[in-house]
Design a protein around this ligand. Structure first.
Ligand code: GLU
Length: 501
C-alpha cells in the first residue's frame, strides 16, 4: 500500500521550528518510500484560526521550498483539505457513532463544567487522558437513547460525546516509543466530538479525516500522545483500522525546557528575516532528533529524502543549538556562487538603502564584484549591508580618534596614512601579494608594525576597523575613490595633531 502522510497544522499561530520539523519529517518519510505528503488545514477552532496564519503557513513553505502532493492549494482526490469545508462530513460521522451507540447526546451544555470541558476538547491535546474521576460526570450517558434522540431532533441544544469504555485498556504500538497503554478509566471521560454549534472538535475531525484521506502513518509531536487513546477508541468505534502512530521527540532549548521564544527566534519567518538560508535551516531542522549518514553534516533536501528512515529517529528530545545552526548557515553561504550570493543579499542591501530593489546595472556589477569579499565571512545574509556599505555609500571621514593605532598619536597616524597613500598610488590593489610585500617593506622602513600602517587606511577607506580584506576592498572600490577617502583622512589627522599640540 502506498504510504500517505499528512501535515495537519491548525492555523492558530506562526509556523515555528517545531511545526516545520513535523512537516519535514512527514515529507521526508513520504519521499523516502515513494508515498504521498498531504497538507490538511485543521481550522476547526474558528475563534483562534486566522487567515494571517494561513498566509504565514504558505509563505513559510514557499520559502523553504518543499511541497505537498495534495492540499488546499493544489487539490487532490481526497479533498477538500480544509476542515471548515468538511463540516457536513463530521456531523454525519458523529451521528453514525450515536446510531451505533458509541456516542451519545448530551444536554448539559448550560452546565459550567461541561462548557469548560467542551472548550478544552476543542483546544487540543494535553487533557485527553485524565486521572480517574476527573472531567465530565457522564450524566447524559444514562439517558434513554430514543428519548435523547427525540430531544435532539426537537432542537434542544446538545453536544455529542464519545463513550469511553468504562473498563479495560486501550493500547497502541508507537513506531518510535513502543507499546503505550492506558486504563480506560484514566481516559478523559466522554470527550465532546461535536459541539453545540454543530462544529466538530479536533479529535473527531482529525480521526475522520485521517481515515477518509487514507492516511497510513501519523507522525506528530509527542505532546499529542494523550490524544492517542481517544483516537484509538474512536477508530475502534467506527470499526476502522487506525494509522500507524509515531510521536516525535520534543525540541528543547539549551536549558532543557521546551524550545520557546525565551531561547531566541522560533518562528521561521524570523530566521528568514535574520538572513538564514532555507537550505541551512532545513538541513539543521532535519537533524533535530534524526540521523542520516555518519560523518557527514551537509545534506540537501533530496539527500535527506533519500536517506530518511524512521529507525533513525531518536527517542530522546532534541536540543536546538543556535550556534550550530549559525555554522550551517555559514557553510551554505560559502556554497553559493557569486551570482547566487548577490541575489540573496540584494533584498537586504536594498532594505538598508544601499542599492535599488531592482539594482541598476552599475549596482549589479558592484554587487557581483563585492560578493567574493564577503562570501567567506558572512554568518547571515543580514551581515552584508554593514560589511559592504563602504562600496555603496560614501562614508563620512572618520574622526581622527578612530584612526589611531594603539600607542600612536594623530601625527604618527597622519605620517603612516600619508605613506600608505603614496604606496597605494604605485601598487595594483588586485595583486594582493605584491601589495602586502610593498606595505610590509614600508612598515619596516618607518619602524611600524604592518597592522599599524594598514589600520588608518582601512578605517579611512571602509569606515570601519573590521572590513573585508583591505586590498581586495580597495580593488572593488577603485583606487581613485580609496585615495580620495584616504587623503581626506590624512587632513583630518593633521588637523587633530595640530589641535593636540
Ligand atoms: N492540528 C493538530 C496540530 O495543530 C494536528 C495534530 C495531529 O497531527 O494529529 O498540530
Amino acid at each position: 500500500m502506498k504510504a500517505r502522510v499528512r501535515y495537519a497544522p491548525s492555523p492558530t499561530g506562526l509556523q515555528h521550528i517545531g511545526s516545520v520539523r513535523t512537516a519535514l519529517f512527514n515529507y521526508l518519510f513520504a519521499k523516502s518510500v515513494g508515498g504521498d505528503f498531504i497538507l490538511r488545514l485543521e481550522d476547526t477552532d474558528r475563534t483562534r484560526s486566522s487567515d494571517a496564519y494561513v498566509k504565514n503557513l504558505y509563505d513559510t513553505f514557499r520559502w523553504l521550498g518543499f511541497y505537498w502532493d495534495e492540499g488546499p492549494d493544489v487539490g487532490g482526490p481526497a479533498g477538500p483539505y480544509v476542515q471548515s469545508e468538511r463540516f457536513a462530513l463530521y456531523r454525519e460521522h458523529a451521528q453514525r457513532l450515536v446510531d451505533m451507540d458509541k456516542a451519545y447526546y448530551c444536554f448539559c451544555a448550560e452546565d459550567k463544567a461541561a462548557k469548560k470541558d467542551e472548550a478544552a476538547d476543542d483546544d487540543a491535546s494535553a487533557d485527553a487522558a485524565s486521572p480517574s474521576g476527573f472531567g465530565y460526570p457522564r450524566t447524559c450517558r444514562a439517558l434513554d437513547p430514543a428519548e435523547a434522540g427525540k430531544r435532539a431532533a426537537s432542537g434542544e441544544p446538545h453536544v455529542i460525546r464519545l463513550k469511553i469504555p468504562l473498563d479495560g485498556v486501550t493500547a497502541f504500538d508507537d513506531i518510535l516509543l513502543g507499546r503505550i497503554e492506558w486504563k480506560n478509566a484514566d481516559v478523559n471521560p466522554d470527550p465532546v466530538l461535536l459541539k453545540s454549534d454543530g462544529f466538530p472538535t479536533y479529535h473527531l475531525a482529525n480521526v475522520v479525516d485521517d481515515h477518509l484521506m487514507g492516511i497510513t502513518h501519523v507522525m506528530r509531536a509527542q505532546e499529542w500522545i494523550p490524544s492517542a487513546p481517544l483516537h484509538i477508541i474512536m477508530y475502534d468505534a467506527f470499526g476502522w483500522e487506525p494509522p500507524k502512530l509515531c510521536h516525535l521527540p520534543m525540541v528543547l532549548g539549551e536549558d532543557g525546557h521546551k524550545l520557546s521564544k525565551r531561547h531566541g527566534a522560533t518562528a521561521v519567518d524570523e530566521f528568514r528575516k535574520k538572513g538564514y538560508l532555507e537550505a541551512a535551516l532545513i538541513n539543521y531542522v532535519a537533524m533535530l532528533g534524526c540521523s542520516y549518514e555518519d560523518g557527514r553534516d551537509i545534506f540537501s533536501l533530496d539527500d535527506l529524502a533519500r536517506l530518511f528512515t524512521m529507525e533513525h529517529i531518536n527517542k530522546a528530545p532534541a536540543v536546538f543549538d543556535y550556534v550550530k545552526l549559525e555554522w550551517f548557515n555559514g557553510q551554505y553561504i560559502r556554497m553559493l556562487s557569486d551570482a547566487e550570493l548577490v541575489s540573496r543579499i540584494t533584498p537586504f542591501m536594498a532594505e538598508a538603502g544601499l542599492v535599488a530593489a531592482e539594482p541598476t546595472e552599475a549596482q549589479a556589477a558592484a554587487l557581483l564584484a563585492a560578493a567574493p569579499l564577503v562570501k567567506e565571512r558572512l554568518k547571515y545574509l543580514t551581515d552584508a549591508p554593514d560589511a559592504l556599505r563602504f562600496l555603496f555609500a560614501e562614508p563620512a571621514t572618520p574622526p581622527a580618534a578612530e584612526m589611531l593605532p594603539k600607542k600612536l598619536d594623530a601625527a604618527d597616524a597622519a605620517r603612516a596614512l600619508s605613506a600608505a597613500v603614496g604606496l597605494l598610488r604605485a601598487v595594483d590593489p588586485s595583486d594582493h601579494d605584491a601589495c602586502e610585500s610593498a606595505f610590509r617593506e614600508k612598515a619596516a622602513e618607518l619602524g611600524l608594525k604592518l597592522g599599524d600602517l594598514l589600520m588608518p587606511l582601512r578605517v579611512a577607506v571602509t569606515g570601519t576597523k573590521v572590513s573585508p580584506p583591505l586590498f581586495q576592498s580597495i580593488a572593488a572600490l577603485g583606487t581613485a575613490k580609496a585615495l580620495a577617502r584616504a587623503e581626506r583622512a590624512v587632513l583630518a589627522l593633521l588637523a587633530a595633531a595640530e589641535e593636540g599640540r
